[in-house]
Design a protein around this ligand. Structure first.
Ligand SMILES: Cc1cc2nc3c(=O)[nH]c(=O)nc-3n(C[C@H](O)[C@H](O)[C@H](O)COP(=O)(O)O)c2cc1C
Length: 491
């Protein structure tokens, strides 16, 4: 039987995301990004097509590495300008019932308490349909404008992110017991104070002694997404993520990425089936193969080399103008995003990429593979990616904003549904249920955050660090207690 794929729409709250020069296409509607009705209508299209969710990338710094300037990014709207995606979510949620929403938020410049509160608010307002894409920030412009001017080293950013996630998990899972909200009018008690607890976090990077300000939402913890593919990134994902973005150009490379994440998850005592793997993909579709090919050719003619290089230089932290466009690009270590370098230097040893090849590849849909065709061609290709790699599904990027994913919904989804490869109605109501099936509204028991959940444990809960250790020390309002949650079963 064909396995059902997970499908998210990949987007950005700005006029242009990954594709370079494509805002100039007549099909593109990027300039509507400030119009809330456009986003609401788009969300309805995605829900009608039974997408699992839509997913927003976001940056807190702009691309200014190429030629040592932000000019090329500005000219091509290369993730510039950019609004905050969080504010779009409540309106889109009000117009839909099942569609999930992933929002990227960095661990670099906002305290974990603020981030936890933002996502709980969004989880309440979406009735359990929010996900958090944890990123560590890679740009010097963000460090200058939001931080103290200096970026932490790549691996240190991940160490800090790990503790950051630990704090948020304590707030979401460990502060409020189930049933703390009693709304007892006779005794004038809205919240039972004996059931809300200080988390007492005193770590290397953060001190958060108190209790959480928000009552638990439907999912309690938002679905945790992660995208970094360096060894540190994979380790963090294997420990804490529930959905991971994969970024491979070939099926064998993706197979390796999926297998290594699953193996790492098992090392951390997690069932690898509790992590959805989502490959970024760009699909140019139409009613027939010929029409799709014509559209693709039209798009290719619009790709802008400088716009592609402005993005790629920003992601990698390297000025690509320093390299000969026609000389193979060598393996380099970067303090920004290592995954974006490795995709061209390590994944396929038989292929040597020049900067010009990279620009051509990135011009349409960034570092994702591009599938072009009518419904049958695209459906067959997507299914073969699933079958040959073990990936759970796709994060669908676009060349022309709104238009290409709407075409995907119109042309490809019915064919996938006909083949049993995509759902025809939703099974549950939350994002976690969209990804893992009905009934899975909250964290799986083998997720480190579940160790902080107080209900069901003999002493009423756990704190300490479940991200780094299986046993935990807790402080309740009444004083410190030691609790040990049984180690999660290996898959
Ligand atoms: C497919 C993909 C999407 C990403 N999206 C974002 C994003 O929206 N915002 C951001 O700040 N970083 C983003 N990143 C960067 C990573 O999350 C990560 O912080 C960065 O790649 C450095 O980690 P690495 O060296 O492990 O790749 C993305 C990375 C990948 C591979």
């Amino acid at each position: 039987m064909t396995k059902q794929m997970k499908v998210l729409a990949f987007d950005f709250n700005g006029p242009a995301h990954l594709s370079a020069g494509l805002w100039r296409s007549d099909r593109d509607r990027g300039e509507d990004y400030t119009d809330l009705r456009t986003w609401v209508d788009y969300a309805k299209v995605l829900e009608d097509a039974c997408f699992d969710g839509m997913f927003f990338a976001d940056n807190d710094g702009y691309h200014e590495k190429y030629n040592g300037s932000v000019d090329a990014a500005m000219r091509d709207a290369a993730q510039f300008p950019a609004n905050d995606p969080s504010y779009l979510i409540p309106a889109m949620a009000a117009a839909t019932k099942h569609l999930g929403f992933g929002v990227t938020t960095s661990t670099a410049y906002t305290p974990p308490y603020t981030v936890a509160r933002k996502f709980t608010t969004l989880d309440h307002l979406t009735n359990g349909r929010i996900g958090w894409n944890v990123v560590t920030s890679y740009s010097d412009s963000a460090a200058r404008n939001l931080g103290n001017g200096t970026q932490l080293d790549h691996d240190l950013r991940y160490d800090r992110a790990e503790e950051f996630i630990d704090v948020t998990l304590k707030l979401w899972e460990g502060s409020w017991e189930d049933g703390a909200v009693v709304r007892d009018k006779d005794n004038c008690t809205y919240v039972d104070p004996t059931k809300v607890h200080n988390i007492n976090h005193h770590g290397e990077h953060f001190t958060v002694p108190g209790l959480f300000y928000c009552e638990p939402s439907v999912q309690r913890t938002p679905v945790i997404f992660q995208a970094g593919g360096s060894p540190k990134g994979v380790a963090l994902a294997a420990k804490t993520a529930e959905a991971v973005f994969m970024n491979s150009l070939t099926k064998p490379a993706l197979r390796k990425q999926v297998d290594s994440l699953r193996a790492k998850a098992m090392e951390f005592g997690r069932n690898p089936d509790h992590i959805a793997t989502l490959q970024m993909i760009t699909v140019i579709s139409a009613a027939t193969d010929e029409e799709a090919q014509a559209k693709y050719n039209e798009y290719l003619g619009l790709v802008d080399y400088n716009g592609a290089m402005a993005r790629y230089s920003g992601w990698t932290g390297m000025d690509m103008a320093q390299f000969d466009p026609d000389q193979p690009f060598a393996d380099v270590k970067t303090n920004a995003g290592q995954t974006m370098v490795d995709v061209f230097t390590k994944q396929d040893p038989t292929r040597k990429w020049t900067p010009r090849d990279i620009a051509e590849q990135n011009g349409l849909g960034g570092t994702s593979p591009v599938i072009v065709g009518g419904p049958e061609t695209v459906a067959a290709e997507l299914i073969s990616w699933m079958e040959e790699t073990g990936v759970s599904g796709f994060n669908v990027a676009h060349a022309a904003k709104f238009a290409d994913v709407e075409d995907f919904a119109r042309f490809v989804v019915p064919e996938l549904q006909k083949r049993g490869a995509m759902r025809t109605s939703y099974e549950g109501s939350t994002l976690r249920e969209n990804l893992f099936g009905a009934g899975n509204q909250q964290l799986f028991a083998d997720h480190p955050g579940a160790a902080y959940h107080r209900d069901g444990l003999p002493d009423g809960g756990a704190s300490g660090s479940a991200v780094t250790a299986a046993s935990a020390v807790v402080t309740t309002g009444a004083g410190p207690v030691v609790a040990t949650k049984p180690a999660p079963a290996r898959a």
